[in-house]
Design a protein around this ligand. Structure first.
Ligand code: NIG
Ligand code: FE
Length: 411
């Protein structure tokens, strides 16, 4: 299996092997080669350069990319794509005036999705989820983090993990699983939250660890969900099984979850629609990357993550879809890149960096994904003919993707 792509107008995100994250001003630059070629063998990027330096290579598939841009596939570091059914009725309720919190307090929201998932067979759940993933792949996504969190019982959370494992085995996309048993407090634990936390720390995490799938632990640290103390107990329990924290913080309220995440060496802290200067200080000098989810802000009409404050403070930033049935029912990274420019005031360079190399960092895979680098995995987007890469975010809601190479295979 070998693929040669020639006459590429712009080959984006070309980096040395040692580049695994871009911080602050580094995000302003998007290194690219004009009039380029790239050569892929099996699942690996082998060679690339300028057409003028190109010496004939025999490849099984040759693609003439005249007028087109080639870039690494999107790395979507925050999704909940394993879910059952949908929440369109809550969408209509919100249009008619109810808030996300009103709906959750009436037993809707995450608990609604949990009830649906508990009553869905493992095969059905797999089929619904792989269909979503296949749509994302066509839109240029090559790596996807997938969380549990719509099970909320030991049995249903393990069912989700097995579905994620099957997706990981059967899809060409790179999948990283995260355990999010602490997504909401189940109805039958409303008056005894401590018991649910015990169930997570003493039963669910050890059982999940036996499956050896999830290497990350997540908590929805938020008023009405899990407090700082709850979050810390769950992170500590996960860490005993080598699950690194990746947490939902600062979506609606600032509880101190960012500092807590940093204290526990979280790989990422996600959402951050609310943010203060202590949060920024906590992140400085850490290995924790903040992740913005503009699709969630768009869909819930809540503030957008103040990306400028984060980047201008010298911090890295990743962007992801948060694809889920309640707060972001879209997994289109092209839209997220555009929204990052329009709503987060990120430049096209910053947004593309945030959706590729930094997204890969937020999934713990940027040594193998997220850039055009010899030896890295061949996950590539070949765009339609474009004048410049800035057209990707500029033509919002258009699909810039013409073809994709995923794990070295042309789709
Ligand atoms: O990231 N904030 C918590 N979890 C999801 C929403 C889940 C839902 O509404 O189903 C999020 O926005
Ligand atoms: Fe989320």
């Amino acid at each position: 299996m070998s693929i040669l792509i020639t006459n590429i107008k712009q080959l984006l995100q070309v980096h040395d092997y040692n580049v695994t994250i871009l911080k602050g001003d580094e995000m302003k630059t998007l290194p690219f080669i004009e009039n380029a070629y790239v050569y892929v063998e099996h699942d690996t990027i082998i060679e690339y350069g300028e057409m003028k330096d190109y010496n004939h290579i025999d490849a099984e598939t040759v693609i003439d990319a005249t007028g087109k841009i080639v870039l690494p596939s999107w790395c979507d570091s925050h999704t909940h794509i394993v879910y059952a059914g949908d929440r369109t009725s809550e969408f209509v309720d919100r249009i008619n005036g109810l808030s996300y919190a009103d709906i959750a307090n009436n037993g809707g929201g995450i608990l609604n999705s949990a009830k649906l998932l508990q009553n869905t067979s493992e095969d059905d759940l797999y089929n619904q989820s792989i269909k979503r993933l296949n749509e994302l792949i066509k839109m240029g996504t090559g790596a996807v983090e997938i969380k549990t969190g719509y099970g909320l019982t030991v049995e249903a959370e393990l069912k989700m993990l097995r579905v994620i494992k099957r997706i990981k085995q059967e899809s060409l996309a790179k999948i990283t699983p995260t355990l999010l048993a602490a997504h909401a407090i189940p109805e039958n634990y409303k008056s005894k939250k401590e018991d649910y936390i015990k169930l997570i720390t003493e039963e669910l995490i050890p059982e999940a660890a036996k499956l050896n799938i999830a290497h990350y632990i997540d908590v929805f640290c938020e008023e009405g969900y899990f407090s700082i103390e709850d979050t810390e107990a769950i992170l500590k329990a996960g860490q005993q099984y080598n699950m690194r924290p990746k947490i939902h913080v600062n979506q609606f309220n600032i509880l101190g979850g960012i500092a807590l995440g940093v204290k526990h060496n979280a790989l990422s802290v996600d959402h951050l629609e609310e943010l203060n200067t202590d949060d920024i200080k906590a992140l400085q000098g850490s290995d924790t990357i903040p992740v913005a989810l503009p699709g969630c802000s768009y869909f819930l009409s809540i503030p957008y993550t103040p990306a400028r404050q984060l980047i201008d403070a010298g911090l890295p930033l990743a962007i992801a879809t948060d694809y889920n049935p309640g707060s972001a029912p879209s997994g289109n990274m092209n839209f997220v890149v555009s929204a990052a420019c329009v709503k987060l005031r990120m430049t096209p360079e910053e947004a593309i960096n945030a959706a590729t190399i930094n997204g890969a960092y937020a999934m713990g895979i940027s040594n193998m994904y997220g850039s055009i680098t010899r030896g890295k995995k061949a996950n590539l987007i070949i765009t339609k003919p474009l004048n410049h890469y800035s057209e990707i975010p500029y033509a919002f809601a258009h699909n810039p993707v013409e073809q994709v190479v995923i794990n070295g295979q042309l789709l």
